[in-house]
Design a protein around this ligand. Structure first.
Ligand code: IMP
Ligand code: MG
Length: 183
């Protein structure tokens, strides 16, 4: 257990297990995309650490993709999310006939990736694949399934490896669960 900024963290997935799994994922992606023109779309902000690991391993497999980022935001007022999403930052390049890989940190309700996939499907890519580091299947509100999943985890809020709590703790090199704060 580790305490940072007065909060207690317990490691759920350590750095070694992350590195091993990400390597396996890239091997599979390399096989599936062999000979294709690859375009990677990262969903900000949470995907950036996972994506940077993926990218450097792509190099090892001789994959040289184009890369861009999007920001997806839910809109509507009030604290309870309406579940409606909009593209706040879009890509600026054409993806027609490309092998597109959309990358996010975690698949939770499934709304973000379902929205992003549908959005980019309309731009006529040759293939559209989705890749997440973590998946919380219990939380799904739709039927969404990602093509590449690092780890399935239980319905717990996690931070680290790019994922945040209130925009903090993205820098942890492992995935951790925040233990209940003692009041
Ligand atoms: P979805 O649309 O509910 O699938 O939302 C996925 C997004 O919610 C991810 O990109 C994360 O930014 C965020 N998210 C969901 N669960 C967690 C978590 O446990 N920790 C940090 N962020 C999370
Ligand atoms: Mg996110």
């Amino acid at each position: 257990m580790k305490t940072i900024k007065g909060m207690k963290f317990e490691t759920l997935i350590n750095e070694i297990d992350i590195a091993t799994r990400v390597k396996e994922m890239v091997k599979k992606i390399a096989e599936d995309s062999k000979g294709k023109e690859i375009f990677v779309i990262g969903i900000l902000k949470g995907s950036f650490v996972f994506l940077s690991d993926l990218l450097r391993l792509f190099y090892v497999h001789n994959i040289h993709p184009s890369l861009d980022f999007i920001t997806v935001e839910s809109y509507g007022s009030g604290k309870i999310s309406s579940g409606k999403l909009k593209m706040l930052r879009d890509i600026t390049t054409d993806i027609e006939n490309k092998w597109v890989l959309i990358v996010d940190d975690i698949l939770d309700t499934g709304r973000t990736l379902a929205f992003a996939k549908e959005y980019f499907q309309k731009k006529n890519p040759a293939y559209i694949k989705t890749c997440v580091f973590l998946d919380k299947p219990e939380r799904r509100v739709n039927e969404f399934k990602a093509d590449y999943v690092g780890f399935e985890i239980p319905d717990k809020f996690v931070v680290g490896y790019g994922m945040d709590y209130d925009n903090l703790f993205r820098e942890l090199p492992y995935v951790a669960v925040i233990l209940d704060e003692e009041k």
